[in-house]
Design a binder for this molecule. Structure first.
Ligand SMILES: [Mg+2]
Length: 170
């Protein structure tokens, strides 16, 4: 069960407190793309996500998109839009892409946080890689077919979890 537990639960990426990350001596954010930054089925980054990334960069956080998405051009487009590094075909929950990103940025595991919307890929990858994790709610309820299967299991894992900021989403 421990490996499926996130360090923190926040309703959405824009609600993740950047000052808190900086105070916790976080230097880099490993950021999931699909349904964390870009709603499934769209290629549009919502303005509040874009502005969160801008503020995070301004606060000195380094960011690397870590995406399981096979469409490299989509991942590259978002990385360009954000002006951040990216790794596609990340194969989360395997931890290797996370370690690769940290090596590239010269940041140690204890100074990184992974933010994503899925327990069985993002949270598990973060825990296997030894970095802390923030689970956000998926931006869109539309999921790929194999993600749907994981969502059923996720529902059980997240049964008693409260997400910070959920009350603002209603
Ligand atoms: Mg995702």
């Amino acid at each position: 069960m421990g490996f499926l537990q996130a360090t923190k639960y926040v309703a959405s990426l824009p609600q993740v407190n950047i000052d808190e990350l900086v105070c916790a001596d976080v230097h880099c954010v490993l950021l999931d793309r699909d349904n964390t930054c870009v709603p499934q089925g769209t290629k549009q980054v919502p303005p509040e996500v874009k502005s969160w990334v801008e503020r995070a960069k301004h606060a000195g956080l380094r960011i690397c998109l870590i995406s399981n998405n096979f469409f490299s051009t989509d991942v590259a487009q978002t990385a360009d839009e954000f002006g951040v590094l990216k790794i596609d075909h990340a194969m989360k929950p395997a931890p290797f892409a996370l370690w690769r990103a940290l090596r590239r940025m010269g940041v140690s595991r204890d100074k990184a946080v992974l933010i994503g919307d899925q327990v069985f890929t993002d949270v598990l990858a973060g825990n296997l890689a030894g970095v802390s994790t923030i689970l956000v709610r998926p931006q869109s309820v539309t999921d790929l077919f194999y993600t749907k299967l994981f969502r059923i299991a996720e529902h059980r894992v997240l049964n008693n979890v409260t997400f910070e900021g959920d009350e603002l989403q209603q």
